[in-house]
Design a protein around this ligand. Sequence first.
Ligand SMILES: O=P(O)(O)OC[C@H]1O[C@H](OP(=O)(O)OP(=O)(O)O)[C@H](O)[C@@H]1O
Ligand SMILES: Nc1nc2[nH]cnc2c(=O)[nH]1
Ligand SMILES: [Mg+2]
Length: 159
Amino acid sequence: MAAPHYFTVTWDQLHRDSKALAWRLLERGPWKGVVAITRGGLIPAAIVARELECRMIETVSVITYDEEDRGEPKMVKAPVAAGDGTGWLLVDDLVDTGTTARLVRGVLPGAHFATIYAKPAGKPLVDTFVTEVSQDTWILFPWDTEVQFVAPIAKSAPR
Ligand SMILES: O=P(O)(O)OC[C@H]1O[C@H](OP(=O)(O)OP(=O)(O)O)[C@H](O)[C@@H]1O
Ligand SMILES: Nc1nc2[nH]cnc2c(=O)[nH]1
Ligand SMILES: [Mg+2]
């Protein structure tokens, strides 16, 4: 089912919000490294790692959604280098229902979990985030969208 609201995030906005996350995480460090939850966490993790000067990057791959349809979460690649996560930053683009977060926290219970965006249902699972959006909002990331022509209001509005 489609969400009734969309929140479109541009590359500029994502960069600003990822840097805002890095500022919040700076005082909580130092960090042994960053674990990105792929794929959505990859670009936020890269920006945070650059700002915090972390060179150790690990990944955990989880598939939970097919476009806007949620399924059973599947961990298709486990983290190798991060132990139980103690001293590591775990980064994802967002937490929605918290399904992905619960699964990953199960294998990295010691990690500090950080996301750029958080919806109310998943918020209790996140240690640090930047912006909260309502549960019925679907966030559109720049890698999922492109700029395109839209018809003038006068042509598209009902009369
Ligand atoms: O809190 P939840 O309800 O679990 O939703 C959040 C997760 O959903 C999206 O990942 P998705 O499964 O779409 O995979 P992707 O990151 O590869 O796009 C998003 O990147 C989060 O990882
Ligand atoms: N792109 C995107 N993926 C999601 N996965 C779970 N919730 C969302 C969302 O709001 N936007
Ligand atoms: Mg994801």
